[in-house]
Design a protein around this ligand. Structure first.
Ligand SMILES: Nc1ncnc2c1ncn2[C@@H]1O[C@H](COP(=O)(O)OP(=O)(O)O)[C@@H](O)[C@H]1O
Ligand SMILES: [Mg+2]
Length: 319
């Protein structure tokens, strides 16, 4: 079977009450559809409140969908929740899901018990996984004394405890310092090499670009673009980008460029005696000709069109 995760028209509505007791409905997922093939990192990207965590909670059987169908490894997440649960690992970011008063080792043994691991099996596996994530020295200390990076390593250990085929990572690098985040990012390809399939949510576009073979952009509970990061940059992006290195241009000239047809925005940075213009325009705009004519060829040292970064493409799609 090659499709490891599949969502078909998944809906999730939350009903809550406002302070005044009025009923309030939030449609967190509105017909979510996507599928993830085996053995890749699939990045789910979207603004705050777009439904990423809700999706992960549904796929990891912590929450049921209001309508629609979701499958993991061919098993229905509602009707066959137990089968799903035994085959997946969940790695959360931030402060969620660990017990501060318990030691790292005790946390893992507790999760082992929740996953029906036998005492001996759990003991052996916990020791092994603590070593893998480099927490052996801290394993007997309460988690409330752990740094953010150590907690994150414990989250990873927890997610990997049962050696699952599928891993869900919900913003795993949030709150980590750059070194901790890099450490985590370096683990991801290693896990993929071991044959795991990973669904990753992140706010960090460069992280998604670096790690994901495929991405989907979710907005208001619906997928609005999906493909490889390159496809997102080339086919879904609603902007094109041009970089021009110029000399001797003033604010007036830049204003003129800004008013050329199709130009959306111009960023200017100084680069020694030169200026770098990053020009964002609507697809199909003849940027290069317009710039050369406006500024004069003598002022323009170099001018190239480049793909938007995933972040630039994302921002143009989300708007
Ligand atoms: N338990 C809940 N009760 C009410 N509303 C919720 C609940 N969980 C999530 N929501 C709402 O559902 C939407 C999607 O939330 P979430 O999946 O957490 O988004 P994301 O992870 O992309 O930031 C948000 O509007 C959020 O406020
Ligand atoms: Mg979230």
């Amino acid at each position: 079977m090659d499709t490891i995760i599949e969502c078909k028209d998944v809906q999730r509505t939350f009903t809550s009450r406002t302070l005044l007791g009025k009923k309030q409905e939030t449609h967190a997922l509105n017909g979510l559809e996507f599928s993830v093939p085996r053995g890749i990192v699939f990045g789910l990207l979207g603004p705050n409140g777009s439904g990423k965590t809700t999706t992960i909670r549904i796929l990891s059987t912590l929450l049921t969908p209001t309508a629609g169908q979701a499958k993991v490894l061919g098993f229905d997440v509602v009707k066959e929740a137990k089968k799903v649960r035994g085959r997946i690992g969940l790695i959360l970011g931030g402060e969620r899901g660990l017990y501060g008063r318990l030691t790292g080792e005790e946390n893992l043994k507790y999760f082992g018990a929740l996953n029906h691991m036998g005492r001996e099996q759990s003991k052996k596996r916990v020791k092994e996984i603590i070593e893998t994530v480099g927490l052996t020295d801290a394993s007997k200390r309460p988690v409330e004394q752990y740094s953010r990076g150590m907690r994150q390593r414990l989250h990873i250990a927890r997610g990997l405890l049962t050696d699952p085929e599928v891993l869900f990572m919900d913003e795993p690098t949030i709150g980590l310092d750059p070194a901790g985040a890099q450490e985590l990012r370096q683990m991801v390809p290693v896990l993929v090499k071991q044959g795991k399939t990973i669904l990753l949510t992140t706010h960090y576009m460069s992280e998604a670009d670096e790690l994901s073979a495929q991405v989907a952009i979710i907005n208001k509970g619906r997928i609005i673009a999906t493909g490889t990061p390159t496809e997102i940059k080339r086919s879904f992006s609603k902007i094109i980008v041009c970089e021009a290195i110029c000399r001797l241009i003033d604010a007036k000239a830049i204003e003129v460029v800004q008013r050329l047809p199709g130009i959306q925005r111009v960023n200017v940075t100084s680069d020694g005696p030169l200026q770098r213009l990053t020009i964002y325009a609507l697809p199909g705009t003849e940027i290069k000709d317009g710039i050369l004519k406006t500024l004069g060829e003598g002022c323009v040292e170099s001018i190239i069109m480049r793909d938007p970064t995933l972040e630039e493409a994302y921002l143009s799609i989300i708007k």
